[in-house]
Structure formats: C-alpha cells, structure tokens
Design a binder for this molecule. Structure first.
Ligand code: UDP
Length: 464
C-alpha cells in the first residue's frame, strides 16, 4: 500500500510583530507533531528579517526546518510604512495578496507536496476566499483574546451597537459587565479608526466558510467566551502559543521564541538581570506599535524613579526621542533602558517581579503563562479589555488609573509597582499569577485542553 505523505499546512500571518510570534509558534507545534508546514510572509517582512530597515537580522533557518515562502502586499520595499494610509495599504494588500497567494498555492501544488490547509491570520479574511477557490481547507487564526473576538463578533452582527452610549454599563453574553472604555478602542472610539474598524468586522464576513476557527487562548482562561463562540463557529483554543521551554525548562528543542523584526539587546538585558535579586525588577514595555505622548513618557520615567525599585525599560528606537532627560544613557545599577529585548526570556527571569505593560494580547498571555504580575497601562486596540480581565477577572495585576487628561501619572505607576513588588495586595496577586501559570502549562502539556484541540485539528487534516 502506498504511504500517504505528511499533511501540509500553510500558515499565513499578518505582517506585524504581535501577529508573527503566535502563528510561528503554532507552526512549530504542528511541525513538532509531524505535519509539513510552510510559513508564508510578505516580501517586505522577509527583507526586515534579513536585517533591512533595522530588522532583527534573523534568517529563515533560525526557525527550524519550516519552509518559508512569500507573497506580496503590494509594497515589497517597506510594507505598510510605504503606503500613504492604512486604508490604502489594506486595500492593496487584499488585491495583490489574494493574487500572489493563489499563485503561490498553485505553485506549491505543482511541486509534489500539495497543501491541505491554509491557516490564516483572521485579519486577512480574503485569504479564506483564496483557500476555498483553490479547494483546500481554511482555518482562521485569531491572535486576540476570545473575549475581544466575542465583542468584535457582537458588533459585527449588530448585537452591540456602536457608537456606545458613554454612561452605559455593557452586559454581553460570556463577558463580565463592561464600561464603554473597557471595550477595544476600535469599538468605543470606532470613528477614530475607520480602517481598523472595517478590518475587525471583515474578519467575520466569510467566517461561516472556515473549516476551523483557532484562538490563541486556553479554555480554562476564558471558558464562557469560548463556549459562546463555539456555538457559532468550529472554534478551538490552541494557546498559549509559547514554547514549552519556558513553561518547562526540560524541553530544549524549542529554544527560539519567535521572530523579531527589531534588533535585540539580549546579552545586555540578561547580564543586567542576572545581577538582581529574585522578584526585585519592574520590567516595562509597550510592545511594537504603541506611540506614547511625550508627557506620558515623562511620567513613566518619573514613576520608575519614584518606585525606588530596579527597572528594565524597553523604548523602541523610533520612540527614543521622547525619553525623559537622564534615561537615554541609563545603564546603571538601578535601571537599564534598551530598544528591544527577548521579552519571553526576560519575563521568565526570576529577577523580574512585575511587568508594566500596554496589555497587548501576546504580552498579556506571556506574562500570565510565566506567572508575572502586571501593572496595566493600556493604550489602544484590545488593550483596555485585556487590562479589565487582568485586574478584575483573573486578578493578576493592577490597572494604573489615568487622570482626566488620560495620562497615568508617575505617582500612580510608582504606587502600583511598589504594591505588586512588596505590598499586601501583591501577595494575593502573586498567588493568583502562580495559579494561572500552572493552568496555562496544563493546557499546552500533553493531554491538556489546547494540546487535545491541536491533535484533533491534525487528525482531521490527516483524514481529509
Ligand atoms: N516583544 C519582544 N521584545 C520587546 C517587546 C516585545 O520580543 O522588547 C514581543 C513580545 O514578546 C510579544 C510581541 O513583541 O510577543 C508584542 O506583542 P503584543 O501583542 O504584546 O503587542 P503589540 O506589539 O502587538 O502591540
């Protein structure tokens, strides 16, 4: 009898840092479980990976034996930064991306190992149309929490009407009561982000055609939201997509977390952290996209100084002109400022006692999975919703309160950092953080809820 070849999964990600890591980790997991995986990116991201435009200088081989192919977003030299607006970028990406993706799948089909399934970032709903046109299975991959995906779906089907009524309490199925400001900014301030508002609604426009809906979360974390969504779509939780090495140091085969589009300052960070006592450092980072006001940066610096605790602060090169006086060259015993760090390694370091974060979903899941309590300072997108869950649902952090101008003052930052590192509430928060860390590990360990879902996904692909 002729042996069937391994199933072949194509994984297409949206070209921004927060979307790369979860899809790349998921790809590694599939490959580890015996699938052939081809990771698809845009030509502009490939350029950044090779060090162009200040990129991370990583080569495709730095992420194991997964094959790498490219499509075009219509801006091969610089990606979105080349487009005159985000609307123009997304429109051209849809058109040129659909065309080049179809061509690539055809080419792969002719190469002797045709693709069985396309896993695509939910932000690129057009990719599902391509998969269906060429006759392969399609799996939408949501890189947000299930709670946030739920909110977006409720807006899309008209059950949550925008604009929201400013004073109202929002009661939604599967979610705790929310204030309008707890919803994603693309919802409560939808008028300010027309292109992103369209993008989030588009994710659901053809979702009924998807063979799978994968969500980077785990069932125990968002049970109600997951169960609600699973009534409408073939939803499976497959997260957290964090390499087992960090959850269980015995696994050494998986030692690259993701793919960094920015240059890492690994050695400096780890050396500095190695010299600090356990649980003594506040790590602060606002991810790959947030652009803070200068006044806010000033207050963050003030807060770190006032806390009188050790701090490691990531300020991207593009934001560094806003650094408060005295921080640009900070490499003292007390604090270190770097332009980018290996975040997962930093969070896994025992010196780190709290994470002052913008609450991007990856940062939130990473800290939760490593048991690091958070000080939530959300900026935009889904971050306010994540902050709400961090403080009031999972109880693994404090949300720093902003003043009437929307600025979180230094005193508040210092207070939250001290409270978590050595205050009374810190103790309770640390206990909860340890509990969630263990649950996250259980979910991805063999036989855990996410692991079983991944096995089921693979088993059906193999049978198809
Ligand atoms: N990250 C990193 N080094 C840093 C800061 C962030 O590697 O100095 C990674 C982080 O681990 C996460 C991603 O960048 O995987 C940021 O994603 P997130 O969803 O938290 O925020 P976004 O950048 O999308 O706003």
């Amino acid at each position: 009898m002729e042996m069937r070849e391994k199933s072949h999964c194509l994984v297409l990600f949206y070209p921004s840092q927060g979307h790369i890591n979860p899809l790349l980790q998921f790809s590694k997991r599939l490959e580890h479980k015996g699938l052939k995986v081809t990771f698809i990116t845009t030509r502009s991201v490939l350029k950044a990976m090779h060090g162009g435009g200040g990129g991370g200088g990583q080569s495709p081989s730095s992420f194991s034996s997964i094959a790498l192919e490219t499509i075009s977003d219509g801006y091969d030299e610089g990606g979105a930064s080349q487009a005159e607006s985000i609307e123009a970028y997304l429109d051209r990406f849809r058109e040129i991306g659909s065309q080049t993706l179809a061509e690539l799948i055809e080419e792969i089909s002719g190469s002797g190992h045709p693709a069985d399934c396309l896993v695509y970032d939910s932000c690129m709903s057009w990719a599902l149309d391509v998969a269906k046109r060429v006759g392969i299975a399609g799996a939408a991959f949501f890189t947000f929490s299930c709670a946030v995906t739920n909110i977006y779906s409720l807006v899309q089907n008209g059950l949550l009407k925008v604009p929201l009524n400013p004073g109202s309490e929002i009661l939604l199925p599967g979610l705790p009561p929310l204030q309008p400001s707890d919803t994603p900014s693309f919802v409560y301030d939808s008028g300010s982000y027309p292109a992103f508002f369209k993008l989030i609604l588009d994710q659901f426009s053809n979702l009924d055609k998807a063979d799978w809906v994968l969500c980077n979360t785990f069932h125990e974390l968002e049970q109600e939201a997951v169960d609600r969504m699973a009534k409408f779509w073939p939803l499976r939780t497959i997260g957290p997509t964090i390499p087992s090495m960090y959850l269980d140091k015995r696994h050494e085969d998986n030692n690259e977390y993701g793919l960094s589009l920015l240059k890492l300052n690994s050695d400096a960070c780890m050396k500095w952290l190695n010299a600090k006592p356990k649980g003594s450092v506040a790590y602060m980072s606002f991810g790959s996209m947030a652009e803070l006001e200068e006044e806010q940066m000033e207050e963050l610096g003030l807060g770190l100084r006032r806390s009188k605790r050790y701090f490691l602060w990531v300020v991207r090169t593009s934001e560094s002109v806003k650094l408060p006086k005295g921080f640009a060259e900070e490499t003292s015993e007390k604090g270190l400022v770097v332009s980018w760090c290996p975040q997962l390694e930093v969070l896994a370091h025992e010196a780190v006692g709290c994470f002052v974060t913008h609450c991007g979903w990856n940062s939130t899941l990473e800290a939760l999975s490593l048991g690091v309590p958070m000080v939530a300072v959300p900026q935009w997108a889904d971050q306010s919703t994540n902050a709400k869950f961090i403080m009031d649902v999972w109880k693994i952090g404090l949300k720093a309160q902003a003043d009437e101008k929307g600025i979180v003052r230094g005193e508040e930052i210092a207070h939250c950092v001290r409270e978590i590192l050595d205050g009374e509430r810190g103790e309770e928060i640390r206990k909860n953080a340890s509990k969630w860390k263990a649950l996250a590990k259980n979910a991805v360990d063999e036989g855990g809820s996410s692991d079983k879902n991944i096995d089921e996904f693979i088993a059906k692909l193999v049978l198809s």
